[in-house]
Each structure stands twice: as structure tokens, then as C-alpha cells.
Design a protein around this ligand. Sequence first.
Ligand code: AMP
Ligand code: ZN
Ligand code: FE
Ligand code: FE
Length: 298
Amino acid sequence: MSNSKSKIENPKWVDLHTHSTFSDGSITPTELVAEARAAGLAAIALTDHDTCDGIGEFLAASRDSGIETLAGVEVSAEFGDRTVHILGYGINPAHERLRTVLQKLVEGRNERNAKMIRKLQLLGIRIELQEVEAIAGEQVVGRPHFAQVLLRKGVVRTFDEAFDRYLARGRPAYFERFRLGPEETIALIAEAGGVTALAHPYYMGLSSDLVTATLARLKGAGLVGVEAYYTEHTEEETRLYVEIANRLGLLVTGGSDFHGAIKPDIALGWGRGSLRVPYALFERLVEALQRRGWNPPA
Ligand code: AMP
Ligand code: ZN
Ligand code: FE
Ligand code: FE
């Protein structure tokens, strides 16, 4: 059997977008590595929101696991009146300025969270910040934790209803928080030794022309890739983002945005069942890092 044939018969898949208990995922980085093994994945990246505090545990768990891993982070950035999420890969989690800025982002979340609690209380809901923090576990508290508390209390019947009624942008309990712009975020991650990809481009809600223009602009700021393979993308969207990436000379990345029990319908690696992120995308990302002098952690 030729090598290329065995590759076709034995495809390897990866997941480059996952969350742990260090942000709003429900399983620890160690459990995430075990879950990746159980799911038959070849490689995963941990991309918690606005923190790299889970990376040490994640990399330690990956040693001798048979799973290749990449240290990552997902930073929410301000983009006009919208939000874009920038994924950073191969970052040094000990990088001093990265840590300082992420800490500021987390403080901005904490201020926002206190405002959200007060607003929900004004709306007549009996909710305390401590209840949300208790669900969150580690330090980064996000809106999905609020959604879980509202669900548990019977204030809403579904997770999505919590966003639709209270938590989504433009809804009564939504407040802005301190964020960087995408260009600053891209520069910060590069400074910390990483490469960046624009997460879930569908989320920007832009036409394909505006997505192209945005990606071209961000490429000028150092953006390396775009997350074309994503749980919420239709096949047409994936094709479109792959095509735009090829046209602009950006790498393609992909992941499920796994959150464990917080988003129970999204499976690690496989999304809602049909997601498949080829191993070659992981290899190209690693090559891009190596061209910048990156060495995998020992
Ligand atoms: P935060 O980091 O607190 O701004 O919350 C962001 C998280 O909330 C991400 O994991 C999103 O997937 C989730 N999220 C944002 N908007 C919605 C929405 N409309 N419905 C469901 N989940 C959402
Ligand atoms: Zn999340
Ligand atoms: Fe995101
Ligand atoms: Fe995410």
C-alpha cells in the first residue's frame, strides 16, 4: 500500500479551538487531552478566552499522551460596533506583556460582570455574583456562566434564550468591557511568539466582500490564518472562507469551539457531527511557527 493511500484510508483530524475550566469550558485541560484521545484526534489546541493560565496543565497532560498539542488563546477584540475573536497559537504563556494585557482583559470582564448582575437584579431576577463565580471555577467568568445560572434558576428554559433575552449584544444585561483592537491583539500575540487566526468569521455578520476586505486589512497587521472549518459554518461558508484564505495567502485553521457540558451539543473534534479538521492544517500552522523560530515545548 502506498503511503499516500494509507493517508487517505487513515485520515488524521484535529481540533484547534477548545475551552477548558480556565475560561468557560466545563472540563479541565487534563480532561481535554484525555477526551481528545478518546475522540481519536491527532492534535488539539487549547484556546481559552483571554487567559493562558490553563496552558501549563495542558502541555503537561499532553506529554506521553500520543496527542500533539498547541498552546493557544482566544482574545475578544473590539471591531467597530462588533466583536472579533482572534486565536493565538504557539504563544509563550509566560510572556510578561501578554500576561499583563490578559490580566487587564480579565479585570474588564470582572467590572462588566458586576454591572450585569446589578442589571439582572434590577430586572427582578434574584441572582448573585457569587453564584456565577461558583459555576465558573477558575478565574475567567463569561456570559455562558450567567446563562447557566439563569437556566438553573428556571429564569430561562434554554441556554440560547438566556442570550436572546438578556445577555447578547443589544439585550438589557449586555455591557461593553475593555478590549483591544484586532491589530493590537495580533501584534501582542506575535510579540509573545505566536501566530494568529481570525476565529469563526461568520460571527462578524459581514458580506463576503467585507470579510475579504477585513481579512486583507488584518493580514497587513500580521494575521496568519482564518478559521474556515468551524462548528457553526455551513459547507458553503467553509468553502467561501477557504477560497478567501487562498486568495489572500492566509492559512486555513479549524476547530469545534468545544465547551464541554456548557455547550453539550458540540463534540470535541466533530462539532455537531460533520466537522472534520484535517491534520494538514495543524502541520501548516506549526510550520508557520517554526519559520518564526518557534520550538515545541519539551
Ligand atoms: P464573553 O466571553 O463573556 O463575552 O462570552 C462569550 C461567550 O458567549 C462565547 O463562548 C460565545 O460562544 C458565547 N455567546 C456569545 N453570544 C452568544 C449567543 N448569542 N448565543 C449563545 N452563546 C453566545
Ligand atoms: Zn466560550
Ligand atoms: Fe469565539
Ligand atoms: Fe471559542
